[in-house]
Design a binder for this molecule. Structure first.
Ligand code: CA
Length: 226
């Protein structure tokens, strides 16, 4: 799950990004409407957190533009203008939720989760492959009923694989969804994380669920092995 933060207060944007990353989300920051629009239309985002007052105009203009392009990504407006008029205008422009500054980070995270749950990919809280279970509310992973500890990044990778089970995901697709725009490392970081994940969810269990498709990427698949 990848989130775009359009916010010109750099410090606030970074605090939000860090707390999202702590929950296993990937994210990017844009400081202007122009940058935000560029990122939103060129990358895949599952949610946009959008400040209202930006250096080059109102966040609602970015939102209207996206909706005109039939981009239905959930948008959470964030602003110091908590008056009813500002809220009404945001919802009229196509916002899905609204949070007034100052806000508590746990509330922001709660709203982010609630919005993501409405998207088709997030509708099921408990996702499964064979006897592997992932609870998306609390990020708990279990295999054969045994709790498995995973890092936020491993969680993110596993969730992406399971949501696309049966489908081969290339290293660049995985990087695009699980890492953020600023990531410029080598794509073998994916191999490193897949190896770690395998040790945790496959090493001591049968059947093995993570499949390497030589030259293409990875998939998580029960059919292949059964
Ligand atoms: Ca602002």
């Amino acid at each position: 799950m990848r989130i775009l933060i359009v916010e010109d207060e750099q410090k606030l944007a970074e605090i939000i990004l860090r707390s999202l990353q702590g929950e296993g989300f990937a994210g990017d920051i844009a400081g202007t409407i122009a940058d935000g629009l560029h990122l939103a239309t060129s990358g895949h985002y599952d949610l946009i957190i959008l400040d209202l007052l930006l250096p080059d105009g109102l966040g609602t203009s970015l939102l209207q533009h996206l909706r005109e392009l039939r981009n239905q990504v959930p948008v959470l407006i964030l602003t110091a203008r908590g008056d009813i008029d500002a809220k009404a205008k945001s919802f009229a422009a196509g916002a899905d939720d609204y949070l007034s500054k100052p806000f508590a980070l746990p509330e922001l995270l709660m709203r982010v989760r609630a919005l993501l749950r409405r998207s088709p990919a997030m509708r099921d809280n408990l996702i499964k492959v064979a006897d592997l279970e992932v609870d998306r509310d609390n990020h708990q992973v279990r295999r054969a009923g045994r709790r498995i500890e995973v890092s936020p990044k491993e969680y993110s990778l596993l969730e992406y694989l399971i949501l696309n089970q049966g489908r081969v995901l290339s290293r660049s697709m995985i990087i695009d969804r699980v890492w953020d725009q600023s990531f410029d490392g080598v794509t073998n970081i994916v191999d490193v994380y897949v190896r770690q994940l395998r040790l945790k969810i496959d090493e001591n269990f049968e059947p093995k669920l993570i499949r390497t498709v030589r030259g293409l990427g990875y998939s998580i698949d029960i059919e292949y092995f059964s």
